[in-house]
Ligand binder design. Structure first.
Ligand code: NA7
Length: 545
């Protein structure tokens, strides 16, 4: 089976031969880029594989899909009128609600007329003599542009489990990131699901409520917090709308792009009672950031983190009735070092008669068969298999396109030992290539909307600067890039992040180099650095005529 479901062919607009900027991807990054570039009088075209805007929220339509940042926070800040007009319904909006927001923005700014839908970018080659990029698509388009911006998202190159027999299964198969637009009816079905990251954790309770039987195949348990989702009240919405400007500023200066109380105490200094109260409060709040910021040393000190880990284990044991299942659901890596999940009834789902957990650490996956899934212990028979097996995160969506910089050097080859960027925005050897929320920037460790807007603003300012100054190219200096990569690694080395086999580390893709990819120094600090670089005449970049 193929990982990518072919979108229904969309109506396509004409594709120009030359533009100032080619943008790849019409998710929240590509949409805002288009809006900003247009406002600056820069011509741009966006290529999008899907048939509409939304990116991640266009593709990930699995049951129960929601964002894990609150709606009033996970939204654009660049247009105060948009903030005031759009009415969010839920604390943690569902995928349809977020997609409706993306569509609303596309309508509001008439974005679709410059987006070529149903069109996947296959290659982008830099022409040194012309100082331009030649971009090719799977629909036979060839466009040249001065600048190329990859707005392809961090979680868009989906992956399947690396086991034999994927095509052998005779029932239905689905990947959570390529869910059919018409939905899936699991009534009366025996369903197997592989994967217990966010997509698995969110979809399992919903599928369990519908299916005859659900068997969950878990390689690594997740830490999951109850989302305590609910409808937003009129007062809450009005309250936020009245203080949005201050709130946005606080987001930009925060660590995760979500303002929160700054911890002042070590978990090791607090009494057991105080600690338990703090963890309980975070658990009850339904906010991941509250959990991650309970104590100063949560992310850096194993002993401090262990206290949270054991507390959560006790919570899991208190919810899950079967002791063996409960033990299997208790993670052993430090809390927060893999992306934690927000759920609605996840642990409770294992108390249902029709749900069974298979611990792949005890009985590894062997193959997919005609009738189901075979582990080292037995064969399980299903009508439907759901792959909630995640993504080739952060780099996959970049290296899947044949990007070639100066002298025909490929980005995928250049990054074969791990991604190397300056600020997570550019990479040496690739003039006039910008990447939105790439490795080396806070990206997935933050509220993506905050990081997206910051990158788009920075990139559009850089392009405007080049145009105003009559400059032709911008490209990271190798020395500045090396220093930035060292800095990113150094920050990560002071944290517990490298201790888990996470997709932050590339550990979920066999053969992918193990490098901690995001910048863990926080959104606020990172922004200061980017601003300083721009203020100092794009220090660390070579700008040429
Ligand atoms: P994730 O978080 O990468 O989860 C994928 C899950 O699939 C995870 O439990 C993986 O186990 C499991 N997996 C992947 N490959 C295999 C194989 N070969 N065998 C068994 N199990 C496998 O992706 P999601 O879509 O859930 O969430 C992505 C992000 O979206 C999430 O973090 C939020 O930011 C939103 P592993 O942990 O690798 O052992």
């Amino acid at each position: 089976m193929s990982v990518t479901a072919e979108p229904t062919r969309a109506e396509r607009r004409d594709v120009p031969r030359t533009v100032d900027v080619v943008v790849v991807g019409a998710g929240f990054s590509g949409m805002y880029l288009l809006h900003k570039l247009r406002a600056a009088g820069t011509s741009a075209i966006v290529f999008e594989a899907g048939t509409d805007v939304g990116g991640t929220w266009y593709w990930n339509r699995y049951p129960g899909a929601r964002v894990d940042v609150e709606s009033l926070s996970y939204s654009y800040s660049f247009d105060p009128d948009l903030e005031q007009r759009f009415e969010w319904q839920e604390r943690y909006p569902t995928q349809p609600e977020i997609l409706a927001y993306a569509r609303h923005v596309a309508d509001r700014f008439d974005l679709r007329r410059d987006i070529v839908f149903g069109t996947r970018t296959t290659a982008a080659h830099y022409d040194e003599a012309q100082r331009s990029w030649t971009v090719r698509t799977d629909r036979g388009d060839t466009v040249t542009a001065r600048y190329l911006v990859m707005a392809t998202g961090c979680l868009s190159a989906s992956k399947l489990p690396e086991i034999p027999g994927l095509d052998a299964f005779e029932g239905e198969t689905y990947h959570t990131a390529h869910w059919p637009h018409e939905g899936v009816n699991f009534t009366g079905k025996r369903v197997g699901i592989i994967g217990t990251g966010s997509s698995g954790v969110q979809s399992i309770p919903v599928i369990a409520a519908q299916a005859d039987q659900l068997t969950v195949f878990q390689r690594t348990p997740a830490y999951s917090l109850p989302a305590r989702n609910r409808k937003l009240t009129v007062d809450e919405i009005a309250g936020m709308k009245s203080r949005y400007r201050d709130y946005r500023k606080a987001q930009q200066e925060s660590g995760f792009g979500v303002p929160t109380a700054i911890p002042t105490r070590s978990a090791l200094e607090a009494s057991e009672e105080e600690r338990n109260a703090a963890f309980e409060e975070a658990w009850e709040s339904g906010s991941l950031v509250n959990l991650l910021t309970t104590f100063t040393d949560f992310a850096t000190n194993q002993e401090a983190n262990d206290l949270a880990k054991h507390w959560i284990h006790d919570k899991i044991r208190s919810i899950v009735a079967d002791p063996r299942t409960a033990e299997d659901l208790c993670p052993d890596y430090p809390v927060g070092t893999k992306r934690p999940c927000l759920d609605t009834g996840y642990y409770e789902a294992y108390n249902r008669e029709n749900v069974e957990l298979v611990n792949l650490r005890r009985e590894p996956l062997v193959e997919i068969t005609a009738r189901g899934i075979r582990t080292a212990v037995r064969e399980y028979e299903f009508d439907t298999i759901v792959y909630a097996t995640g993504f080739d995160a952060m780099t996959g969506s970049l290296t899947n396109v044949d990007i070639r910089g100066r002298d025909g050097v490929s980005l995928a080859e250049t990054w074969s030992a791990g991604p190397r960027t300056y600020l997570g925005i550019g990479s040496a050897g690739f003039p006039n290539l910008f990447m939105i929320t790439a490795p080396g920037s806070p990206s997935v460790l933050s509220n993506m909307m905050v990081s997206i807007e910051q990158h788009v603003d920075w990139v559009c300012d850089a392009i405007a600067h080049l145009q105003e100054q009559g400059l032709a190219t911008i490209e990271p200096c190798p020395e500045a890039q090396d220093a930035w990569v060292d800095h990113v690694n150094q920050i990560a080395s002071h944290t517990l992040y490298p201790k888990a086999n996470s997709w932050y580390m590339g550990a979920n893709v066999p053969g992918k180099p193990r490098v901690f990819m995001p910048y863990a120094g926080g959104v606020g600090e990172y922004r200061k650095k980017c601003d300083e670089v721009a203020r100092n005449g794009y220090e660390g970049f070579v700008l040429a005529r």
